[in-house]
Design a protein around this ligand. Structure first.
Ligand SMILES: NC(=O)c1ccc[n+]([C@@H]2O[C@H](COP(=O)([O-])OP(=O)(O)OC[C@H]3O[C@@H](n4cnc5c(N)ncnc54)[C@H](O)[C@@H]3O)[C@@H](O)[C@H]2O)c1
Ligand SMILES: [Zn+2]
Length: 698
């Protein structure tokens, strides 16, 4: 092939060299530093561009090309581990349609030289977990070593960190072969990831240095596994799925892949339940489709499914190419991270007045939908990521979590990029909706509007929250209608809902008589409620559904609650100082008391509850009890109610603050803990005596 003159742009050789350099750079960021700069989808595009170029110009192929070998390197600080059996990659089918499965099936049949009319091949289909590969070496049934993949030949010894993963058995169940290496994926569940990042944001808001958030669960998992301090690794909740084998000595390897997965599960290793044996391309496609529909609801990220020829004898016939087996393929789904341009940063005012910077994006298809807004969480996050208008940013959308901007692609920053984000300056210190001053409390990551219910943004959200299914449950009052009612000035605050008349409603645009009637009926129906729902509906900061119920049960009437002092509030189960302060603060504002009065005057009512904070004697005031095991006559909830009625608190775990542990039949570890800590243990009879006011001494 002749060299293309410069006149026509870079030659294929120059293009290949440039792609290789880029891929090496990004692979280093990703595999070695756990700090990717571009989304996987972008890396895959570069990778495929190089593959295509090398296919067209085979003379450009070099042995060190990223297409020819697994990339990765041992990080300083970890001992290198030479893998007895190399840890390979998997060929990727990027065509996310059913055609991807057909291409794989056709290739397998061709490579096996099967005749046209041969029976369909059986495949084991499983999920492609988005974490990192780990080799677990068991000798005589005991976990002796855990290693990362590294470059496939040599990985890192991460045994210490892996031992902290609860799901990984330290000893196999029922067998002790000389050597059994189990391979699988260490990953972080989405909820664990969200909680970890939330905690990181909290630490950073409180001024902690050296903390950071993670771009996605895979990145967080990789960071934890390759953490040099096992104490930190132990705090990062990791999970594991087994999917294959490394070296084996003295163990009968099952004849099929699905048989192997069953065998691994029997040894006590976690194996994902979403797996199947399917036949031919049609079976593969159906699996791809079924899992695709399930993807968002899975508790962890997957980036595709993996198909493996089920029969081990056939696998051996197919063998390997340089960096991947011929008998397996990964069939992808649309990426959950993509690049797009940041057009602007909007600031949204939430129901509680919290100001959230929201990225306005050039619409991009990510995680299966088109996204044009993504959260930036708060000012600190936006600054730390140095997100600026005009930047190319990485957007992530996974499951039902709201889309977020996880980073900036600095190498694509244009010369005329915007200024660093400054929320206060941007808003000139005023709420974008009501122009009230904004403030940021010490130790909080969030700016807030101080307008309270006078702020229409908070008003609209407050109305929606008030009408919500778990609050006052006003059927037919959705966001469009709330917008209309507030914008038309018909409803200013929650009590106005109960003053709505048919004529005014029916006269509104896009509102038929029927819907007006339905809405009025819904509003009427909502008048009869419970105190718990009503309290939740008020939208007091920090008071969720459960706390609202607890408050209702404890105080019985709203008047008693509105007048409760902080110390009295603290007596309620699960109410701590922050929640108590927030409730106090809410009812200290005359506006809020007025709202309550107006609602009552409009006919909103609920049966008063007995209230456990009545004037009856409260022999358990200030005591903390823990229930464990089955009591002879009292049910768990019943016992809890009685204890709370007597002024006591029920806690879920035993600590030094526990006054008594009430133990019944089959009491478990809580009883042991009580004994360890020297906490007195009583039975149901003892509890009854306490409730009756006897035996106060501890
Ligand atoms: N963003 C970046 O800069 C960047 C850089 C390099 C690589 N990457 C990403 O890394 C990936 C490519 O890396 P790779 O070579 O490690 O291949 P891969 O991750 O696509 O496939 C191989 C891996 O799949 C995993 N796997 C998950 N479920 C499995 C199952 N059921 N059976 C077998 N294996 C399973 C294993 O860990 C195995 O090592 C791509 O997604 C690429 O985008 C991104
Ligand atoms: Zn405001």
């Amino acid at each position: 092939m002749s060299q293309t003159p410069d006149l026509f742009g870079p030659s294929p050789a120059e293009q290949a060299a440039a792609l290789r350099a880029q891929l090496h750079h990004h692979a280093h960021r990703y595999y070695v530093l756990d700090a990717p700069e571009i989304p996987d989808a972008e890396y895959d595009r570069l990778f495929q561009a190089l593959q295509a170029l090398e296919a067209q110009h085979p003379e450009l192929l070099t042995p060190d090309s990223p297409t020819q070998r697994v990339i990765g390197r041992v990080l300083d600080g970890f001992a290198p581990v030479r893998h007895a059996v190399p840890m390979l990659s998997i060929r990727t089918e990027t065509d996310t349609t059913p055609a991807g499965a057909e291409a794989f099936d056709a290739r397998v049949r061709r490579e096996l030289a099967l005749p046209e009319d041969a029976v369909a091949i059986r495949y084991a289909a499983e999920l492609k977990f988005d974490g990192l590969a780990i080799n677990l070496r068991y000798e005589r049934g005991v976990l002796v070593q855990a290693a990362t993949r590294g470059d496939g030949e040599t990985g890192e010894d991460v045994t210490q960190n892996i031992r902290t993963v609860n799901q990984i058995p330290l000893r196999l169940r029922g067998t002790e072969p000389p050597v059994l290496e189990v391979r699988g994926e260490v990953y972080m569940r989405r909820d664990d990831f969200e909680a970890l990042n939330e905690r990181q944001r909290g630490l950073m808001a409180a001024g902690a240095k050296n903390e950071k958030t993670f771009v996605n669960p895979r990145n967080a998992a990789a960071g934890a596994v390759r953490q040099l301090d096992p104490a930190i690794a132990a705090k990062r909740p990791l999970s594991f799925f087994a999917y294959g084998l490394g070296e084996v000595q003295g163990w009968e390897v099952p004849a099929t892949h699905h048989g192997l997965l069953d065998a691994l599960a029997a040894l006590g290793l976690p194996v994902c339940e979403h797996r199947a044996v399917v036949e031919g391309a049609a079976g593969l496609s159906a699996f791809h489709q079924r899992i695709g529909a399930l993807r968002d609801s899975l508790p962890f990220d997957i980036d595709g499914v993996v198909y493996k020829v089920d029969d081990r004898a056939l696998q051996e016939r197919l063998g390997f190419v340089t960096r991947e087996p011929r008998w397996a393929v990964a069939h992808k789904y649309p990426a959950q991270e993509q690049m797009t341009r940041l057009l602007d940063i909007d600031i949204q005012v939430g129901r509680t007045g919290k100001l959230t910077p929201v990225a306005k994006l050039e619409p991009v298809f990510v995680g299966g939908t088109t996204v044009s807004n993504a959260t930036l969480h708060n000012e600190d996050e936006a600054r730390r990521k140095d997100v600026r208008v005009g930047d190319t940013v990485i957007v992530r959308r996974a499951g039902d979590v709201i889309p977020e901007v996880v980073g900036v692609v600095l190498e694509r920053r244009p010369a005329d990029v915007g200024e660093p984000f400054d929320l206060y300056q941007r808003l000139q210190g005023r709420c974008p909706v009501c122009a009230s001053p904004i403030e940021r409390e010490e130790g909080s990551a969030d700016w807030r509007c101080t307008g309270g219910l006078t702020c229409p943004a908070q008003r609209k959200q407050a109305l929606l929250h008030f009408a919500g299914r778990r609050a006052m449950d006003i059927e037919g009052l959705g966001d469009k209608l709330v917008d209309q009612l507030v914008d038309a000035g018909i409803v200013q605050a929650v009590p106005d809902l109960y003053k709505l008349g048919f004529t005014a409603l029916a006269a509104m645009e896009r509102m038929g008589e029927k819907s007006a009637q339905n809405l009025l009926a819904g509003i009427e129906k909502s008048k009869s409620t419970t105190l718990g729902r009503f309290l939740f509906a008020l939208g007091i900061r920090q008071v969720g559904e459960a706390t609202a119920k607890d408050l209702a049960r404890h105080f019985g009437t709203i008047d008693r609650l509105m007048d409760a002092r902080v110390e009295e509030l603290l007596e309620v189960n699960d109410v701590g100082p922050i929640v108590a302060e927030s409730i106090r603060h809410f009812f200290d504002q005359p506006l809020h008391r007025e709202v309550v009065e107006q609602l009552r005057a409009a006919g909103v009512h609920w049966p008063d509850e007995q209230g456990t904070a009545s004037d009856a004697p409260r022999p358990l005031l200030g005591k903390v009890l823990v229930l464990t095991g089955t009591l002879p006559t009292l049910g768990r909830d019943e016992a809890k109610d009685l204890i709370e009625a007597a002024g006591g608190k029920v806690s879920g775990s035993v600590s030094k603050k526990t006054t008594w542990v009430v133990a019944g039949e089959e009491a478990g570890s809580k009883l042991d803990k009580a004994r360890d800590l020297g906490v007195p243990v009583i039975d149901e009879a003892g509890l009854r005596a306490l409730l009756a006011g006897d035996g106060q001494e501890t």
